[in-house]
Ligand binder design. Structure first.
Ligand code: AR6
Length: 169
């Protein structure tokens, strides 16, 4: 598996699957989630609503992943996963590991060869960037899948630098 880094907007990437840093409601939000729904168009939200009406009546639990169409994005699927909100008193890193692992497993099941990930939880959910990068890279390295190309798409220079440091470790 190749792991590569790109600095930029994940909604402009072409990949089989693009991962969304969603919240349990699956109804959209800010950050990556807002950008994906804006550029991907209403079809994504329609499928999210259908998921809420069927399997995920209470929402998508933290650490899990589910796929929808990618609408107008240059991808076949959006994989929505819910990262943990960072806590200073409770170690929630297993949930962040689970986001990357479950997203990759789902991508594998779908037959995706390339997957683009954002730095899950490191924005609105407050996860420290260095630790978020460490968990992301280690988990992707440790998860055995057929996905060939994993790309981390980092919005800010400091996020790119954190992932670069971790990747070269
Ligand atoms: N492309 C790539 N990375 C981005 C983009 C983009 N277009 N926009 C932001 N980032 P966040 P979270 C970076 O907040 O922390 C939403 O409201 C950002 O700089 O998108 O998991 C959801 O609905 C940061 O490094 O996700 C949830 O309620 C990283 O992506 C909540 O935010 C993740 O930031 C999820 O929070």
């Amino acid at each position: 598996m190749d792991i590569t880094l790109v600095q930029g907007d994940i909604t402009l990437q072409a990949a089989d699957a693009i991962v969304n840093a969603a919240n349990s409601s699956l109804m959209g939000g800010g950050g990556v989630d807002g950008a994906i729904h804006r550029r991907g168009g209403p079809e994504i939200l329609r499928e999210c609503r259908a998921l809420r009406a069927s399997h995920y009546g209470k929402g998508l639990p933290t650490g899990q992943a589910v796929a929808t169409t990618a609408g107008d994005l240059a991808a076949r699927w959006v994989i929505h996963t819910v990262g943990p909100v960072h806590s200073r008193t409770e170690d929630r890193s297993a949930l962040l590991v689970s986001c990357y692992r479950e997203s990759l497993r789902l991508a594998d099941e779908l037959g995706a060869a390339s997957v683009a990930f954002p730095a899950i939880s490191t924005g609105i959910f407050g996860w420290p960037l260095d630790d978020g990068a460490r968990i992301a890279i280690a988990t992707v390295r440790d998860t055995p899948v057929s996905v060939r190309d994993v790309r981390f798409v980092l919005f800010e220079a400091k996020a790119y630098a954190a992932f670069e440091a971790e990747l070269s470790r």
